[in-house]
Every structure is written in C-alpha cells, then in structure tokens.
Design a protein around this ligand. Structure first.
Ligand code: ATP
Length: 324
C-alpha cells in the first residue's frame, strides 16, 4: 500500500477533524501518500479530492465539523455510482480507504468492499453512538456535553416559571444521548426508543412529581422515541391531560453536532485513526475499528451494524430512583 484515502460521511460530528488529522499524520509517519476526498462517497464518485500531508491538517484538531465536508450520497447507493467510485480510486492510485462515519457509511463500505478489491476500514464518527462494535463513537462525548449545557440553561427558566419542558435530543433510532444526558441533567423522565414507557406511566410519573412538591420538570425525549408521534404532539397530549402544568417544547436540533470536540473525542479519534492506518498497512481490510473496554478492537462490519447497540437500560432505573 502506497496511498491511503480518507473521507467523512453521513451526519458530521465533533472530532471528525481530529480523525482526518490522525490519518494524514499517520500516513506521513509511515511514508504513505494520503488523499482526502470531499463530501464522503460523493467526492469518491466525482473524483473531488486533495493531496494531504502532515502540514495540511495543522490547527484542525480543535475545530468542530469536517474540513473534508460531509454528505449523504444517493449515487453511492447505486451499483453505477459505486463503480464510478472504484474506477476513480484505481485511476488516482488509491490503494485503500479510511471511511469515517456512522452506520450508513459502514453499510456502504461493506457493500463496496464486497464488490471491489479495495481494502476499507471504517472509523465510527457520529454523535449517535449507535455502532455496536465500539463503546464510544467520535463526537458522542462532545454532543453529551453540549446537550447537558443546554438542558441546564432550560432548567433555570423552567424553575423560574414553574414549567414542564419536553426537550428533544438527537440520536436517530438510538437513545444514548437522551439516556445519558437525562441522568446527567437530572431529568424527571427520559423517553428512548429502546424502552416504551407508555403514555399512562408518563402522566402518572408527572402527577407523582407534582404531588411530591416539584413545581417544574424536565423530560428528555430522544428523536427516535415512539411514545408520541412527535415531541409537539406529546406535549399537547400532556397539556390536555394535566391542565395545571404549563408545557413547553425545545428541540435542540443541529447545535448538538457542532462545537470544539472534547478531549475525550480528540483522543478517541487519534487512537482509532492511527490504528486504522496501521491495520491497512498490515494487510487488514473490510473491518471497523472501535474501542471496547478501553482497548482498540477491530471487528467485522456485521458486528458493528448489529441492531442491539448495547444501551445501558440500568440508567433508566437510576433515573427513576433519583427523580423521586
Ligand atoms: P449518521 O448516523 O451520523 O447520520 P451515517 O453514516 O449513518 O451517519 P447515512 O446518511 O445513513 O449517515 O450514510 C452515509 C452514506 O453512506 C449515505 O449517504 C450513502 O451514500 C452511504 N450508504 C448508506 N447506506 C448505504 C447502502 N445500503 N448502500 C450503499 N451506500 C450506502
């Protein structure tokens, strides 16, 4: 292997730049050429790339977003699109790819690696933490801290006005962000897709907290939660059934994806990407790297894409006890 390509794909996450930097620097260290593709798979299809060296990634470790940009590529879902990408890689002389992204990126990488003999290694970069082959994905820790800061601020106004706030957080079909920030911010209830609380239990819990003397409450709702059709309808339902509560909704939205990455995410990105380059140079291919029990672990894409992401439901019990 003399040339390694790198790209970032899917939803962006804080720490993707630290990951790109680690790939470029590891390539420089091992005397391998590094090429960065813009906008994920779309840049591979369009041949939109730049040469990278150790200096082209200076000062990016602390920046959110991704200097290589990210995108969702419809074309890569088609055999023609993937062929174009493979032809381009061969023409440019890219021998292997590091794919930084979430589960969709890994799915694309897996299909691509079955069709073409171009080694790929996936690095989990998503705020959702919904990859089974790792305890943590790059960007998740930063997103948790961003969300906690926002909820703390909402709590100030909730308590001043005796309000009940439903706060929707990201996470796609996984409840990691909701569950952990719910416990960390001391929420009254946490609604996640992995556990159906049921509307009756939610109302009961809110009534109980009112009886126990609480005048304001925070409910953290994961965007993938199935209990209400959406967070606004959920709030309407509660308003109808608990008229003495003043209910408000805050959807945190894309601010959760931005900001300077935490030290944890920078270190995680650095460790995983150095390992990804080393594994490619050792002849490994078509796997993902993750961190399991603080050890770097290489697993198959199938393992990484398992439905059960290993969410810790014990935290729901902790939350129940602590919101007494
Ligand atoms: P996040 O979960 O953080 O949004 P992601 O990587 O899951 O990140 P997706 O948009 O789901 O984001 O996937 C990224 C890209 O991977 C898609 O835009 C598409 O180009 C490619 N991809 C996803 N699934 C497939 C598939 N089944 N076949 C081919 N390519 C795919």
């Amino acid at each position: 292997i003399t040339t390694i390509g790198v790209m970032t794909s899917g939803g962006d996450s804080p720490g993707m730049n630290a990951a790109i930097r680690a790939v470029a620097r590891a390539c420089a260290y091992y005397n391998v050429k590094c090429i960065g593709f813009y906008r994920g798979y779309q840049g591979m299809i369009e041949g939109d790339y730049c040469m990278m060296n150790a200096r082209s990634v200076r000062n990016i470790i602390s920046q959110g977003g991704t200097i290589l940009k990210s995108a969702r590529s419809k074309d890569f879902r088609t055999p023609e699109g993937r062929k174009k990408a493979a032809d381009n890689l061969k023409e440019i002389g890219v021998d292997a790819m590091v794919l930084i992204g979430g589960d969709g990126t890994f799915r694309g990488g897996q299909i691509f690696s079955e069709e073409y003999d171009i080694p790929v290694i996936g690095v989990p970069g998503t705020i959702d933490n919904d990859i089974a082959g790792t305890n943590f994905t790059i960007g998740y820790d930063t997103a948790l801290n961003t969300v906690i800061e926002a909820i703390d601020k909402i709590r100030d106004t909730a308590s001043s006005h005796d309000r009940l706030f439903f706060i929707e957080v990201m996470g796609r079909d996984a409840g990691f962000i909701a569950l952990n920030t719910g416990v960390g911010a001391g929420a009254e209830e946490i609604l996640i897709p992995e556990e159906d609380l049921g509307l009756d239990r939610l109302l009961e819990s809110l009534k109980r907290s009112k009886r126990s003397g609480k005048s304001s409450s925070i409910v953290v709702v994961s965007e993938g939660d199935k209990i209400g059709k959406n967070v606004y309808e959920l709030a309407d339902y509660v308003t109808e059934n608990l008229p003495d509560y003043e209910v408000k909704v805050t959807v945190l939205g894309h601010m959760q994806r931005g900001g300077s990455p935490s030290c944890f995410d920078r270190t995680l990105a650095s460790r995983l990407c150095v390992k990804a380059v080393e594994l490619l140079l050792d002849g490994e291919k078509n796997i993902m790297v993750g961190i399991i029990n603080n050890e770097i672990a290489a697993t198959s894409f199938d393992t990484g894409l398992k439905e059960d992401h290993g969410i810790n439901k014990e935290l729901l019990r902790i939350s129940d006890i602590l919101s007494t």
